[in-house]
Design a protein around this ligand. Structure first.
Ligand SMILES: Nc1ncnc2c1ncn2[C@@H]1O[C@H](COP(=O)(O)OP(=O)(O)OP(=O)(O)O)[C@@H](O)[C@H]1O
Length: 274
């Protein structure tokens, strides 16, 4: 059941294109700075691919935005609301607009797929059991899992099914914004391409905004509207694939113009080489 506040929040989203903005974010562990005065905007309805070298802080930023990690400085506004200034009711309404798919799915192993999907429903909503069952089955269908998957435990699922079940759980409360941490890692190329297609379809049909941390060049070339690159503890550049390809930062050059990247459709270099 959507609360009045949630309806208000959805209204707020239509007033501007920035759904989430992070400014001057600083995060350090034992004095070691991981993020230093980082700025980032996420636009409504986009699929934003987030890349950066290993250990540069992609997961830390995602967890900071989700407020799972404390920050030393900086502001995070969602739908124009400063979370730190929000009252309890607003915080709950904002939290309900965020869905997360963690890197390895992070499903509860003792719960079935259906029960996993119902965890956020139980936490935030007060629904009768038959309705929760119906909603869970809808989500299972939405992510392309067979109805039988509902009563399976995570240990009985393939890697691709785990990702889909975790995505169904991320979508349990019909969020506006979903965070995906390396959603295609561990999937074979066919499974990864199918997952990318699913993300694009959900964005188109549900109007989702997607923030996707990824190392997968295929995903970056095929489904992302914008790409943000993390380096030197900041967002070095954020823009369209063409803008990123034209950037002369050495790491960006080697990442996007390396041997693997040249083989991908959509990369101008490959078209020249053929
Ligand atoms: N809870 C924590 N406590 C201390 N240090 C941490 C913590 N979480 C992350 N770090 C450190 O922050 C840095 C960035 O880590 P993070 O996991 O964000 O990198 P990443 O860019 O996601 O890397 P990868 O692509 O390899 O997953 C690393 O040096 C890591 O050791």
């Amino acid at each position: 059941m959507k609360t009045t506040d949630e309806t208000k929040l959805r209204g707020a989203a239509t007033q501007g294109d920035v759904i989430l903005s992070a400014r001057d974010i600083c995060v350090a562990f034992d004095g070691f700075k991981v993020l230093d005065h980082l700025d980032l905007d996420i636009y409504r309805g986009e699929i934003l691919g987030f890349v950066g070298g290993s250990g540069t802080g992609k997961s830390v930023l995602m967890r900071t935005i989700l407020r799972l990690l404390p920050r030393q400085a900086g502001d995070i506004h969602m739908l124009g609301i400063d979370y730190d200034e929000a009252d309890e009711e607003e915080r709950i309404a904002l939290d309900m607009q965020l869905g997360v798919l963690f890197q390895h799915g992070a499903l509860f192993s003792a719960l079935t797929v259906k029960e996993n999907i119902q965890v956020p429903m139980r936490e935030y909503l007060d629904l009768p059991r038959p309705l929760m069952d119906e909603l869970a089955h809808l989500k299972i269908d939405l992510v392309g899992l067979a109805p039988e998957a509902a009563n399976r435990y995570p240990s009985e699922l393939s890697g691709g099914m785990i990702k889909r079940a975790a995505l169904a759980r991320a979508l349990a409360l019909d969020p506006m914004l979903v965070f995906l941490d390396e959603p295609t890692s561990g999937l074979d190329p066919v499974g990864a391409a199918e997952f990318d297609e699913l993300i694009a379809k959900l964005r188109d049909t549900l109007g989702l905004t997607v923030y996707m941390v990824t190392h997968d060049l295929d995903s970056l070339f095929s489904v992302c509207d914008r790409i943000a690159v993390l380096g030197q503890k900041k967002v070095l550049v954020a823009g369209t694939l063409d803008a990123i390809l034209a950037n002369d930062d050495p790491w960006i050059q080697s990442y996007f113009h390396g041997k693997r990247a040249r083989l991908l459709p959509g990369n101008g270099e490959q078209r020249q080489a053929v």
